[in-house]
Design a protein around this ligand. Structure first.
Ligand code: HEC
Ligand code: HEC
Length: 256
């Protein structure tokens, strides 16, 4: 497992240096994340092509798209297509500051708006794991109160997101990933984040933040979006997985 991880890190570094030049070239072609987002959104996705393109993504996101409960990689399976398209366009345009994802969303690595649409639709079709990484699970009542009051209007009562407004589904996400993205949205590192959300989250105490994100991590996707814990993606039969969910860990049972 550790060997596998070091291999992934080494590979990422190699890819990174190899793609620096490519990124520089891509900059003028893809600097406008908004228009790329709108273009990709209007296209009809080809899921079969998305499946092929997803080979580029498995090393980090896993064949199931379940990420890693240590939060280094998000669960992307089942995410709303429009949301994934927007995030891909934002990485590519540098609105989200992540050199690794920027390299893998570059024109040369992935392709144009059509390919963004294709791979996003494939990701949306993947069933999710319900065994995402949890937070402390303390103050969950407080977290629920704040979430329902301040977040549910946009993200939905169960964190299911909003298809029309491209608000991300945040149910089933790993706690540590939620925490990092929340922090980066609050401190402006995610340049193209939702301005209303940024204003909304200016003034919480750190206890409030931990409580509500811990609560969000307990929100479960509906049964029809879930896979069994031992499900493996048949599109990648022989892949050696770096993280698998552990169904024996303490689970939710949260008051609703
Ligand atoms: C070398 C590792 C690596 C590869 C390969 C990779 N990613 Fe990522 N991806 C990451 C990391 C790390 C993050 C988290 C970035 C952050 O924290 O801002 C991420 C984040 C994302 C997100 C944002 C999800 C969210 O909800 O915020 C999407 C979407 C995504 N990746 C899609 C893809 C797709 C599609 C591919 C293949 C074309 C891909 N990734 C390839 C490492 C990788
Ligand atoms: C006005 C609508 C709105 C409100 C209110 C709002 N959000 Fe968001 N949130 C969004 C949108 C839109 C995004 C996607 C931003 C982007 O495209 O980068 C987002 C992104 C996020 C993300 C990152 C998800 C990911 O996969 O990258 C987290 C975590 C999050 N919100 C949590 C919260 C929490 C917790 C609250 C309540 C305190 C909240 N949001 C309130 C609209 C909102």
């Amino acid at each position: 497992m550790d060997n596998f991880r070091s291999l992934v890190t080494a590979l990422s570094l190699v890819c990174l240096s190899a793609t620096t030049a490519v990124i520089a070239q891509d900059n003028d072609k893809a600097s406008d994340g908004q228009s790329e987002f709108e273009k990709a959104l209007a296209l009809t996705p080809n899921i079969d092509n998305g499946r092929k393109l997803y080979k580029l993504c498995v090393t980090c996101h896993g064949p199931e798209g379940w990420g890693d409960d240590n939060g280094s990689y998000p669960q992307i399976a089942g995410q709303l297509t429009g949301v994934t398209i927007k995030q891909m366009a934002d990485f590519r345009a540098g609105n989200r500051d992540n050199p690794i994802m920027r390299a893998f969303t570059s024109v040369r690595a992935l392709g144009g708006a059509q390919e963004i649409a294709d791979v996003s639709a494939y990701i949306a079709s993947l069933p999710m794991t319900e065994y995402n990484g949890q937070g402390s699970r303390r103050d969950l009542e407080l977290g629920r109160e704040i979430y329902l009051r301040d977040c549910a209007d946009c993200h939905g009562e169960d964190g299911e997101g909003d298809v029309k407004k491209h608000v991300p589904m945040i149910q089933g996400q790993h706690y540590k990933y939620l925490e990092r993205q929340y922090r980066w949205i609050r401190n402006g590192r995610r340049l193209n984040a939702n301005k209303e959300m940024v204003e909304q989250i200016e003034n919480y105490s750190s206890r409030d933040e931990r409580a509500m994100l811990s609560y969000v991590a307990t929100l479960m996707p509906p049964a029809e979006k879930l896979a069994d814990a031992d499900w493996t993606n048949p599109d990648f039969p022989n892949y050696k997985r770096s993280w698998r969910p552990d169904p024996t860990r303490e689970r939710r049972a949260i008051p609703r």
